[in-house]
Ligand binder design. Structure first.
Ligand code: NAD
Ligand code: GLY
Length: 354
């Protein structure tokens, strides 16, 4: 589409990410440029369904696709095997075949679950990511991590499975609540801390809404570069987990009343404090991160004990036997991955909570 920004990912498959305004209106035509008209199963949640499902289906139909729709109750509490099972049964009942596609219309929960369904349904069908949250736009719609949560923890079952196309209509972000928008800011600041001090400066003040397309493109390009070097998360990609190990433990402990982005914000601040305490980070780093998070309406601390946080951390899928990898920020724009023995996690959590 004219006027949209295009980023190409060359991983195990090659695909384009289009970022722009008014994309939903032309979504069918954009999909048709890459995929012959077929049946498109639109997977969404009940909130996004009311806002955008009819428009997306109309656009697909006008381009020659037939459509069917599956909507699950909005929120992280739906990201489980029961919803996935219903989704797969729905695809089978609708006689979706390997020639057909899934269109994941929604935030990170939708993209992760619909992507997992695409990976396993009939051993894999093509899927298109249509991110409608800021978090999904800057992060989850790109890179092919798909998953559901298990009782034991976040994203414990899933697959690496790249989308065929990512269509990011920035207009859809206008209907987000401040809180949900802020979830994406946490991930954006994360990219800044990992490797782009300029991006951090641009977003730390909290006033960047007139610049969203550029910010999304910057984040997605960084993720693209990381994914192209380490698609299967064996090294470099772990940097994207900054704030996530503590964050996932917090999210889980809260019974998902604290959202992913908010938990990552807290996790990022806490791990920066621990990095300073351990002498790994430059002095004042945690304070800089704290101010940026607060400017953007994000939380920076939590009233859990070191033992409560440790319990969640030890169940994290990043654990390898007796060790678990943590991403420590050393300064804005640079982080290091350090393996911590499990018996030292509680002490680390104490440093973080100090
Ligand atoms: P989400 O998908 O639950 O969306 C948050 C809320 O916003 C929902 O209630 C949804 O209905 C609503 N919503 C979505 N789009 C809207 C719109 N345009 N207008 C109004 N409301 C809208 O959650 P999320 O924050 O987008 O994503 C969090 C999930 O993403 C977590 O499960 C996390 O683990 C996952 N994640 C995955 C990756 C990855 O690489 N795969 C990366 C980061 C996060
Ligand atoms: N959000 C973490 C990753 O994509 O690797």
């Amino acid at each position: 589409m004219e006027n949209s920004r295009k980023v190409v990912v060359k991983a195990s498959t090659e695909y384009a990410i289009l970022i722009g305004r008014g994309i939903l209106e032309n979504l069918g035509e954009e999909v048709k440029k890459r995929i012959q008209p077929c049946k498109a199963a639109v997977i969404t949640d009940t909130t996004v369904e009311k806002l955008y499902a009819a428009q997306v289906e109309k656009s697909l139909q006008e381009a020659g696709f037939t459509t069917c729709r599956f909507a699950y109750p909005a929120g992280e509490s739906s990201k489980h095997i029961g919803t996935l099972s219903d989704m797969l049964e729905f695809l089978a009942e609708e006689e979706v075949t390997r020639q057909d596609i899934i269109v994941a219309l929604g935030g990170g929960v939708c993209g992760d679950m619909a992507g997992f369904a695409a990976a396993v349904y009939q051993r894999g069908i093509r899927f298109v990511q249509v991110p409608t949250t800021f978090l999904a736009a800057v992060d989850s719609s790109v890179g092919g991590k798909t998953a559901i949560d298990l009782k034991a923890g976040k994203n414990m079952a899933g697959a690496f499975y790249q989308p065929h196309l990512v269509l990011c209509d920035v207009d859809t972000l206008d209907t987000l609540s401040e809180e949900v928008f802020a979830d994406g800011i946490a991930e954006t600041l994360k990219y800044g801390v990992i490797g782009d001090a300029e991006l951090f400066e641009k977003t730390a003040g909290g006033d960047f809404r007139n610049n969203l397309e550029e910010i999304i493109e910057t984040c997605v390009k960084m993720k693209r570069d990381i994914v192209m070097e380490d698609e299967f998360d064996t090294g470099l990609r772990q940097l994207l987990n900054l704030g996530h190990t503590l964050g996932h433990a917090i999210e889980k402990r809260s019974g998902f009343t604290i959202t992913h982005g908010h938990a990552v914000a807290i996790g990022m601040h806490l791990i920066a404090k621990a990095a300073e305490e351990k002498g790994l980070a430059e002095a004042g780093l945690a304070e800089k991160i704290k101010i940026a998070l607060k400017n953007n309406g994000l939380p920076v601390s939590i009233d859990y004990s070191a033992e409560e946080i440790t319990e969640g951390v030890l169940k994290d899928k990043k654990r390898r036997g007796g060790e678990i990898s943590f991403v420590f920020p050393t300064k804005i724009g640079h982080c290091e991955i350090v393996k911590i023995p499990v018996e030292e996690v509680t002490e680390l959590a104490r440093k973080a909570l100090k």
